[in-house]
Design a protein around this ligand. Sequence first.
Ligand code: NAD
Length: 494
Amino acid sequence: EFKSVIQKLIDSPDNEHVALTNFIGNEFVKSESLMDSVNPATGKPWIKIPNGTAAEVDSAVAAAKEAFKSWKNTTVQQRSALLNKVANLIEEFNDEIAVLESRDQGKPIGLAKVMDIPRCVQNFRDFANAALYTLSTSKILEQPSEKCINYVKHDPVGVAGLISPWNLPLYLLSFKLAPALVAGNTVVCKPSEMTSVTAWVLMHAFKLVGFPSGVVNMVIGEGRSAGQRLVDHPDVHLISFTGSTLIGKKIQEDSAKMNKKVSLEMGGKNPGIVYANYRKSDIAAIARSSFLNQGEICLCTSRLFVQRPILEDFLKNYVEEAEKFTIGNPSTQVQIGAMNSKVHFEKVKKYIEIAKAEGGTILCGGVKTVLNGCEDGYFIAPTVITGLPDSSQVMTDEIFGPVVCVTPFDTAEEVIERANSTSYGLSATVWSANTDELLNTANELRAGTVWCNTWLARELSMPFGGCKQSGTGREGLHDSLHFYSDAKTVCVNL
Ligand code: NAD
């Protein structure tokens, strides 16, 4: 049954698009209105998706509220077992789901196969298993007058609203769903309207493995309508959001009115610092940190500070690496696919134009035409820019594409100050053969994650999140389980 759902989407004919639905109370419910979802590689619609209404969100929240009454009393073992079944089912269809993620998002199919879908599986499995052994502490209180035992019970918060972006659609949604559900919450998901397909497939998995009705719900649609209603709904007690800083801040403001629990994973303008003695063999890793997933990963490097004596040599090697990336139809074996949408494509193009107008030098990259049906797709090759001041908009705004500005620096003190000078603080990389240099720099950087001589290596139990305008709160095994629960201390006189 699961296979046929996926196959039907893979085979979705060009002239008669499959229509997705909302998922409410374990039923796939037609939405009042539909809109087109575009394949970014062709620039043409390939599927119809709901434009979820406030009333549809209300009925999803009502289903979740009702289901919470019994779901909160299930054991963590029961919840964990169900989540492991979801992980197994997704794993079984890894490659087929990767086809859909690639077509819907624009990312290379090879990347979806080895990163997005396996990471979704790992999220379900790790949270399901970790929850069995965490979240429980107790302590004896001994006083002359009495002796008590305290234990901490982690109550689920209630109905969780999960709002996710389009860059890593299934991967990031699962990073919210897994901890929310294993902690005993019921949920209403609102995936990005740009990429709802794999989330819809995932809902079939929840139903098939036997999740009770109403525990998991999803409304597909625009942020300003469906997303906003979820944030404003008085029966949604918690909002977990990953997306832009602009929307995150609005959600924080709106949620504050009802004192909702809020986790915000937002934008970045991540610096990479390359010291003169960096390991030359890391050049490919530095390029990967800049351009993987078309630069559409919140953790990608977008400002590269290179110590002056090696600037020329570094640029030569770095541009060579940038030009090695194969670019084309994401459903073939390429390393760079299409930008996610026309709007986003235009935005990235605009920043390249601003760089030119401000006197920057474009060393490689720019818009790329891809043939064989992809002529109207949204392709931009890895783009390397030099000669811009730190104050340039291109150096301070999040571009979220394959565009990197390279700039020289002289001293550690100087580069740390410059790297910290934007309003963001999500992640950073430092490249050096000298451990002291690495650690001293890492200590001074204002970022949620600093990678030294590596990038994107993630141990799930470590806290993940942003400083300053990159976020509020942390995700990760322990942090997420704490966020999705309310700790209650119970004190018993012995
Ligand atoms: P976005 O903020 O436009 O949208 C994110 C989600 O919020 C979507 O589902 C959207 O429909 C919804 N939304 C929009 N307006 C809303 C509203 N008023 N109320 C409720 N929901 C609303 O972001 P995007 O363009 O989808 O994603 C790209 C951004 O995400 C980048 O800024 C990137 O850095 C960020 N991001 C951050 C992380 C992280 O972990 N920090 C990870 C991935 C992406």
